[in-house]
Design a protein around this ligand. Structure first.
Ligand code: RFL
Length: 393
């Protein structure tokens, strides 16, 4: 078989690229190792920046989101036993959207496969990339039904298959991977409980960071800082809620609404960036190119940013022979990638300084935090970075 573009991975990045290609009449094949039911339910991100929503909207991909997503206009730090609102909408006129990743993925798959008639194969095995440095690259995989190997030749491979995909495994020696390990873990929790506040809460506490993120009327995401590699089974229902109540405690706010824990996973907080993002005919996008710990909720936003540029660049190349978009792709993406990584690292100082056990780091972290409430200039700069660089796509 032959397609102009093979897209590896049906996550937010791959499906957005696929949709952009189909809208321009460019044929592509999306290969995904999981089933459709699985990717439509995998819980992950929830926060989408406004520019990304507009980018989806312009491409006809925001119908479900605009109808159902919540707008967020402020969050709250909890420290020194009190709640401290940070009204970023008031400061900037901008806001965040909350739309759970599985809903976005469901919308994107439906639009790609059922509306735009895009080809997609689920459940593929042993994906391999070949001849990436030639102008006839190809991808092979094992078909889940017949068990046979299939080979697809193409002009470009869009490597959107995440942190553990075939694209990362196929990177040549000249790829430079920069890594940063925070040396901490986050216990990521989904609770069958209504949100305990109508906003995101960040608890800054000597026992460790805690976070509260509304997802829907019935489900709330929580995070608890823990040692990296901690065993989720050591976190009983009672221990989880005890720690959350304490670390998010504010004398001037009601206690948290508790509920059954639907998901309990320990995330080791680390980042990486692969440079450049293009190797011959392999173009990386999203987590395949760069992973950012969910500290500042930037991962899916970066994936969408890459996908807009990659989709548009491939369309220009394949329909008009215009290579400008693809030529500048890696550099343009990496500028935002590094900007968001720097912010995540900076924010981590606030979240984790107070529990570092190091009084010097605790002191500087609290100074960094208090500055947001005493300096309007610091608050405005923070709000801009928290909301993400506004760009029209
Ligand atoms: P994805 O979503 O991982 O999709 C990659 C897809 O590729 C498939 N795959 C393969 N397909 C073909 N061949 C192979 N060899 C393959 N190997 C794997 C996978 O099954 C999958 O379907 O990558 P993408 O599209 O780059 O999207 C990235 C985002 O998913 C990720 O950055 C975010 O989820 C990160 N993230 C958050 N980002 C935000 O912007 N805001 C948030 O609030 C936020 N919260 C989070 C997060 C990530 C989390 N986890 C679990 C790491 C919260 C959590 C808990």
């Amino acid at each position: 078989a032959r397609f102009p573009v093979v897209v590896l991975g049906a996550g937010p990045a791959g499906l957005t690229v696929g949709n952009i290609l189909r809208a321009a009449g460019v044929d592509c094949l999306v290969l995904e190792t999981e089933t459709r039911a699985f990717i439509e339910q995998r819980p992950r991100a929830g926060v989408i920046e406004e520019w990304a929503v507009r980018g989806l909207e312009r491409r006809g991909l925001a119908g479900g989101l605009l109808g159902r997503a919540e707008r967020q206009t402020e969050f709250e730090f909890r420290f020194d036993g009190r709640g401290h609102r940070f009204p970023y909408h008031e400061l900037t006129g901008r806001h965040h959207w909350v739309y759970p990743q599985p809903l976005l993925v469901t919308d994107l798959v439906r639009e790609y496969a059922d509306v735009r008639g895009g080809e997609i194969r689920f459940g593929v095995r042993d994906v391999r990339l070949h001849d990436l440095e030639s102008d006839r690259p190809s991808v092979s995989y094992t078909d889940p039904d017949s068990g046979e190997r299939r080979l697809v030749t193409c002009d470009f491979v869009a490597g959107c298959d995440g942190a553990r995909g075939a694209s990362r495994a196929a990177l040549p020696a000249r790829a430079r991977t920069s890594r940063y390990d925070y040396g901490i873990g986050w216990l990521a929790l989904l609770a069958e409980a209504p949100p305990s506040a109508d906003r995101v809460l960040f608890g800054i506490h000597a026992d460790g960071f805690a976070g509260h993120m509304p997802r829907s009327a019935e489900v709330t995401r929580y995070y608890l800082q823990c040692p990296p590699g901690d065993d989720p089974d050591d976190w009983s229902h009672a221990r989880v809620w005890d720690e959350l109540q304490r670390r998010l405690h504010a004398a001037d706010r009601p206690p948290l609404a508790e509920g059954r824990l639907l998901e309990k996973r320990v995330l080791d907080m680390h980042n990486y960036v692969v440079e450049p993002m293009v190797f011959g005919r392999l173009l990386l996008a999203g987590d395949a190119a760069h992973l950012v710990a969910p500290i500042a909720a930037k991962g899916m936003n970066l994936a969408l940013h890459d996908a807009f540029l990659l989709g548009d660049g491939l369309v220009a190349q394949l329909t008009e022979g215009d290579s400008a978009g693809l030529d500048g792709y890696s550099e343009t993406c990496l500028r935002r990638v590094w900007d968001y990584h720097e912010f995540s690292e900076w924010l981590s100082g606030i979240y984790h300084g107070a529990s570092s056990g190091d009084p010097y780091r605790t002191g500087t972290a609290l100074a960094r935090l208090r500055r947001l409430f005493t300096s309007p200039a610091a608050a405005a700069a923070f709000a801009e970075r928290y909301l993400g660089t506004a760009t029209a796509f």
